[in-house]
Design a protein around this ligand. Structure first.
Ligand code: B1M
Length: 216
């Protein structure tokens, strides 16, 4: 297979062997680390999601693909562009209660960190209490929540209601992302619910643009 198709295939197959060699080869051909991720590795993840959704791939294999994806992103991370500026603002970032998906969240962490933000990534399956505690401790400017399950969209709504009832909505703008969300749900329905600012980010780059506007 040609190199870029091989990279996509490695994610689908969860095939770590020779992965870093292929990644280095792609880099040496002048494909940027971010283009490798966005154009080729995520294309593989999409196929995995479709296969799993149709019942044509079993969970352990999905997990293997996820591990391969993580290894690839970790290998590419030192090759990503960084800005010199630091300390532009702080985000507490978590995957919401009941949800273990963290590849997208961790990409958001990398992109924001490389672009001068301080990201307090508290991990997966995090309660709103844990997010608030971390936000207060680290003086966060924004709380970021990720979730990929449909039920996570409901948890996000509950989390916003909890921030309202604790009087923290005006203090913390909230950035939401993850495959089960839609822009309309966040910008219409959740915007109605939240007493503060809530925004939807389709991907890590929109998250960066929104941080720039929220924290400015
Ligand atoms: Co799961 N899973 N999974 N899974 N999994 C999905 C989400 C699913 C859509 C697959 C499918 O059915 N087609 C489906 C959800 C269905 C639904 O709710 N309607 C699903 C399911 C059902 C499940 C389980 C319930 C399966 C089971 O146990 N029977 C289980 C859930 C466990 C739990 O959470 N309690 C489960 C488990 C797993 C694995 C552990 C095997 C693994 C996760 C490993 C890991 O993350 N460490 C896994 C995977 C890999 C997937 C798919 C295939 C790929 C997800 C992924 O990493 N994508 C996924 C299919 C899909 O999404 N279509 C699927 C790549 C990643 C970069 O994208 O996270 O969307 P994503 O992030 C994007 C944007 O969304 C955005 O930026 C990123 C791009 O730049 N973004 C943000 C994300 N967070 C953001 C936050 C922001 C801003 C932007 O600001 C704060």
């Amino acid at each position: 297979l040609p190199l870029t198709e091989r990279l996509e295939r490695r994610i689908i197959d969860g095939d770590n062997k020779g992965l870093t060699g292929d990644l280095d080869q792609a880099l040496s051909q002048g494909i940027s680390a971010l283009d490798i991720i966005n154009d080729h590795l995520l294309a593989g993840m999409k196929v995995v999601g479709d296969l799993f959704g149709r019942g044509e791939m079993q969970l352990p294999f999905v997990l293997q693909s996820a591990e391969t994806m993580k290894a690839a992103v970790a290998w590419l991370e030192p090759h990503m562009e960084r800005t010199e500026s630091a300390g532009k603002g702080t985000m507490v970032l978590a995957t919401v209660r009941g949800d273990v998906h963290d590849i997208g969240k961790n990409l958001v962490d990398i992109i924001l960190t490389n672009n001068g933000y301080n990201v307090i990534n508290i991990g997966i399956k995090q309660s709103i209490n844990a997010m608030i505690e971390a936000a207060e401790e680290h003086n966060a400017d924004v709380i970021g929540m990720s979730g990929l399950l449909v039920k996570s969209t409901v948890v996000m709504k509950e989390n916003l209601e909890e921030l309202n009832s604790r009087g923290l909505a005006r203090k913390y703008p909230v950035l939401l992302g993850g495959a089960a969300l839609t822009r309309v749900y966040v910008e219409d329905d959740l915007d109605e619910v939240y007493d503060g600012v809530v925004r939807y980010a389709r991907d890590a780059f929109e998250a960066l643009r929104l941080m720039d506007s929220l924290v400015a």
